[in-house]
Ligand binder design. Structure first.
Ligand code: ADP
Length: 606
């Protein structure tokens, strides 16, 4: 048994558990791969949206250049346009909040001090920067997208012979300069507005870093560009343009609310939408454009709300709109966790069911092996018990027959006694052989002999009278109590007699010196009770004794012979006749075996 347990453990349980573990791991890896793939797709969407926004800013810059060229064409002189640029531009271009004109020496032509409150504030905020008297942190972008601020700034400084802060050792170096190896790397890090989940725990430092510069350095040798700067934590976006033939630079501070309005249609553009729905995991997403404070200024689904700081994927829009983000959110954030949790639950259930099935199979196997072993032992016991039971009566028969045939016993009474013993032992042999043959017949499933109407009372009387000599020889007193005149049943009288014989034989073997056979009629059933004053049956064993070959005590140890088939046959035969044989403890000690058989004709109690 222990060996089978080891084989089960090594050949079935451990490999199955290892397989289940590998399945769980591979499913989890699959999930991670799917999430990464999804993150890549989502990142592509936000990258595309960021690019569209950059293009939109670029378009605005182009429109500004065109508008300025038109104004220049219409204007009688450059000087005149420069003086009135704020007013003229605001009339001609709806994105302009303030228009400005400044020459490279730093002389500001427009807006004038009397152009209104916004213009005055603009002058206060930007005059020193525009007239190159102050270096400020700016994010600059040129159409070529080559960030040349410092390299050109150095050229300009060299040309102008001016003291510029870029050469000031106290000023921080630009990223470009650091990349070019001009400065030792410095850890300047600005955190992004958002922490995208698709980063999978990687850094969220912003790629858009400001440069220290004045206006002239920003312009360099370019003809137009955009620049952004933070003033008291508020972002200001400007476009500028220097016509080829002039020394005046025209510019505008952009009205951000209008610029934001121009982004909204981008979220509905078919290619972005198409990508949005291309994500195949069944999770729905929404796009948002976040401003420099991380607040949404445009949404692909109106009314959609989310934890804006934690998108699934996001892309920085870049220098044109520093700290702005194109972000993508799952429409139902719990859906992501739900699909992961569902997968884990399904896997867990599959593994649990597998393990339970393996354990159940193991347990069934083990109990079957145990049953087979018990059966094998019982059959071995049966062979030795039957041999023993055959030998005992045969020895007695042979001994007494020899004594009689050799004429060694002369008294008539002793001769009769020995003859009775020979007859009783032959009856015992017959009963044993009948039991074995009946059992074999039943196991084979052979048809039972034909049934006919018979009287149970008569059968009992006959069996008791047959047993009497044997009981007398064994010194067992048997009393017969009959409460019915006749009990008509339909059946095989020999088989029914064998049941009663087996029960009386057991009472003789295990029941002490006193036995009672009681015959009665109860609720349409004929009852034969065989009672004794023996040890009785322990409650736990009261059903087991009806199983084939089952004996409570070993024949050799107890000295009582038996095959373990008597009760099995008694019950099976009774059940085949529509009745049963049951055990109950006898009040006052001992056993009570009851045979019940359905009566073929109802009878009255006596
Ligand atoms: P056996 O040939 O061993 O008597 P049975 O099927 O007739 O086989 O009985 C099965 C077992 O039930 C017996 O071995 C015995 O232990 C127990 N048993 C049967 N009848 C009695 C009884 N009247 N009193 C006590 N134990 C009994």
């Amino acid at each position: 048994m222990r060996r089978s347990a080891w084989i089960f453990l090594a050949a079935i349980l451990l490999p199955s558990l290892a397989l289940a573990w590998m399945a769980v791991r591979s499913a989890r890896d699959q999930q991670v791969i799917v999430e990464h793939q999804q993150a890549i797709i989502c990142q592509d969407i936000t990258d595309a949206l960021a690019k569209r926004i950059q293009d939109q800013v670029e378009n605005s810059r182009s429109t500004f250049v065109q508008t300025t060229d038109q104004l220049l064409e219409k204007s009688p002189s450059t000087q005149l346009l420069a003086m009135n640029f704020n007013r003229k531009l605001r009339n001609a271009w709806d994105l302009a909040e303030v228009g400005f004109a400044v020459d490279l020496r730093g002389l500001i032509y427009s807006p004038g001090p009397n152009d209104g409150l916004i213009a005055r504030t603009f002058r206060d905020d930007n005059a020193r920067f525009l007239s190159n008297r102050e270096n400020v942190e700016v994010f600059a972008q040129r159409p070529s997208k080559a960030p040349k601020i410092l390299s050109q700034a150095f050229d300009l400084q060299a040309d102008a012979g001016q003291e510029q802060s870029a050469k000031d050792p106290n000023q921080p170096p630009s990223q470009q300069a650091v990349q070019q190896g001009q400065f030792p790397a410095q850890k300047v890090q600005i955190e992004r507005q958002v922490v995208p989940q698709s980063n999978f725990g990687q850094s969220t430092a912003s790629n858009t870093l400001p440069e220290e510069s004045d206006f002239r350095k920003v312009i360099g040798t370019e003809t137009s560009g955009t620049l952004a700067r933070f003033l008291e934590d508020k972002l200001r976006i400007m476009v500028w343009y220097r016509p080829h033939d002039g020394s005046v630079v025209y510019g505008a501070q952009i009205l951000q609310s209008r610029l934001a309005d121009s982004f909204r249609p981008l979220l509905q553009s078919p290619d972005i939408k198409k990508n949005d729905t291309a994500i195949s995991s069944g999770v729905e997403y929404s796009l948002a454009i976040l401003d420099d404070r991380g607040k949404p200024i445009a949404l692909s689904r109106p009314g959609f709300a989310a934890d804006w700081k934690h998108p699934f994927a996001a892309t920085e829009i870049g220098e044109a709109l520093p700290h702005w983000e194109a972000a993508l959110y799952p429409t139902d954030p719990k859906q992501l966790h739900r699909s992961a949790a569902t997968l884990q639950l399904v896997l867990g259930l599959i593994v649990a069911v597998l393990v339970a099935a393996i354990l159940l199979g193991g347990w069934l196997m083990a109990s079957d092996v145990r049953r087979q072993m018990r059966l094998a032992k019982q059959q071995t016991d049966f062979v030795s018990n039957v041999s023993h039971e055959l030998k005992t009566p045969l020895t007695a028969i042979r001994m007494f027959a020899d004594m009689l045939s050799e004429g060694r016993v002369e008294e008539r009474e002793r001769q009769n006694k020995y003859l009775r013993i020979i007859s009783a032992e032959s009856a015992r042999l017959t009963r044993l052989i009948n039991n074995v043959l009946d059992f074999a017949r039943m196991e084979r499933g052979a048809p039972s002999p034909e049934r006919r109407p018979c009287d149970l009372v008569e059968i009992v009387r006959e069996v008791v009278s047959t047993c009497q000599p044997h009981l007398d020889a064994a010194n067992v007193t048997l009393s017969l109590e009959i409460d019915a005149q006749e009990l008509p049943v339909t059946g095989d009288p020999d088989a029914l007699a064998q049941i009663i014989l087996n029960l009386i034989s057991n009472a003789e073997k295990y029941g002490g010196h006193e036995a009672v056979v009681r015959v009665s009629q109860q609720n349409g059933f004929g009852c034969v009770e065989v009672l004794d004053r023996g040890t009785g049956i322990p409650p736990k064993k009261k059903e087991v004794i009806f199983q084939p070959f089952h004996r409570l005590d070993d024949s050799l140890a107890s000295g009582v012979t038996g095959s373990g088939l008597g009760l099995t046959l008694a019950r099976r035969t009774a059940q085949a006749h529509g009745g049963n044989v049951t055990y109950s403890p006898r009040p006052g000690g001992g056993s009570c075996f009851t045979l019940t058989l359905p009566l073929s004709v109802p009878v009255k109690t006596q």
